[in-house]
Design a binder for this molecule. Structure first.
Ligand code: TLP
Length: 344
């Protein structure tokens, strides 16, 4: 039986082209700055993001953590969405390792933070209060449904952050999904950001790694922090080689994943007992929940789907996330819809 794994786009395994590039990658000691493949990846990544420099890191989590630690000192405040990945799913690293205080604002249903709320959250210059140092935004926004934030929104936010001398970091784990969904180059979406992390190991299919991009000065600081965090790797060019293939070959095709997410949502919508949260998904994620009429628990539904070769992610007792990616084809979408029809 074919397994259709929709739990995440992190489950993607490298493509044959990536494995070939990895096998023949030129490598060196990257802590010494001597790995040609890593250096090339960092250059290409920086160019794609319209920033001066890039830093290859083992994960999106480390990219966001190194960025926040580079921007903030102990006791500084980071303004961040209450549904953001960094706040919810990165182990509280910014507080544990940096003494940085998260100041959460409610994410709007589309993943944005209300500009007025950002303005109100910025602290006055007052010894009693922490210093507002950084704003973190996420694009696409995972928990809000893979929603896409456009350049006009970032422009609007920029007016606020600039006036308050607040830095902006973008968790762009899936920034290329956002760019493809909007039909714009990724760099236009991060033009107002001081730093951005994007992931190679999600929809772009590379096995490991993310790249943090920003100014040369910022990346120098982040490199030091990456070493402190134990993220200085040696012959990491083996991994960077796959990342270069990812940037070269895997970006434009993301439109196919988005089309399949829409197909999946439209099919699920027709199955009684399923509530599709976003009827027309903006990128590669579909969030659904079970109608109260369905007597099965979420765990039971997951178990029965797995017996039919379909794996979905649970994001609540009766709520699921389905993520399309390179290894999900039209047949996989059909197999998923069939499995849901039979089970419910
Ligand atoms: N997200 C994973 C899980 O951790 C939930 C997923 O399956 O979606 N930013 C965003 C927006 C992310 O979605 C993720 C991973 C990360 C950062 C962290 O990346 P990694 O897993 O490479 O540390």
């Amino acid at each position: 039986m074919k397994i259709v794994d929709l739990r995440s786009d992190t489950v993607t395994v490298p493509t044959p082209a990536m494995r070939a590039a990895m096998a023949t990658a030129e490598v060196g000691d990257d802590v010494m700055g001597e790995d040609p493949s890593v250096n090339r990846l960092q250059e290409v990544a920086a160019e794609r993001m319209g920033k001066e420099a890039g830093l290859f890191v083992p994960s999106g989590t480390m990219g966001n953590l190194a960025a926040i630690l580079a921007h903030c000192g102990r006791g500084d405040e980071v303004i961040i969405g209450d549904l953001s990945h960094t706040f919810l799913f990165e182990g509280g690293g910014v507080a544990a390792l940096g003494g940085v205080m998260p100041h959460t604002l409610p994410n709007l249903p589309d993943g944005r933070l209300d500009p007025g709320a950002i303005r109100n959250a910025i602290r006055p210059d007052d010894v009693h209060q922490p210093v507002s140092r950084l704003l973190v935004l996420e694009n696409t926004h995972n928990r809000c449904g893979g929603t896409v934030l456009d350049a006009a929104y970032f422009e609007q936010v920029h007016e606020i952050t600039q006036a308050a001398r607040l830095k902006l970091h973008i968790d762009g784990a899936r920034i290329f999904n956002a760019a493809v969904a909007l039909g714009v180059p990724a760099k236009t979406l991060v033009a107002t950001a001081d730093s951005v992390t994007f992931c190679l190991s999600k929809a772009l299919c590379a096995p490991v790694g993310s790249v943090l991009c920003g100014s040369t000065e910022f990346i120098r600081t982040a490199r030091r922090i990456r070493k402190q965090l134990g993220g200085g790797m040696r012959q990491a060019g083996i991994l960077a080689a796959a990342g270069l293939v990812a940037l070269d070959e895997m970006v434009d095709r993301l439109a196919e994943d988005h089309r399949r997410a829409r197909l999946l949502a439209a099919g699920l919508e027709k199955i009684p007992g399923i509530l599709v949260e976003t009827k027309v998904p903006a990128s590669n994620m579909v969030f659904i929940s079970l109608d109260e009429k369905i007597g099965l628990s979420g765990v039971q539904v997951c178990g029965r789907l797995a017996e039919a070769g379909v794996k979905v992610g649970t994001v609540g007792a009766r709520r699921f996330r389905l993520v399309t990616h390179y290894w999900i084809d039209d047949e996989g979408v059909e197999q998923t819809l069939d499995a849901f029809r039979k089970i419910l």
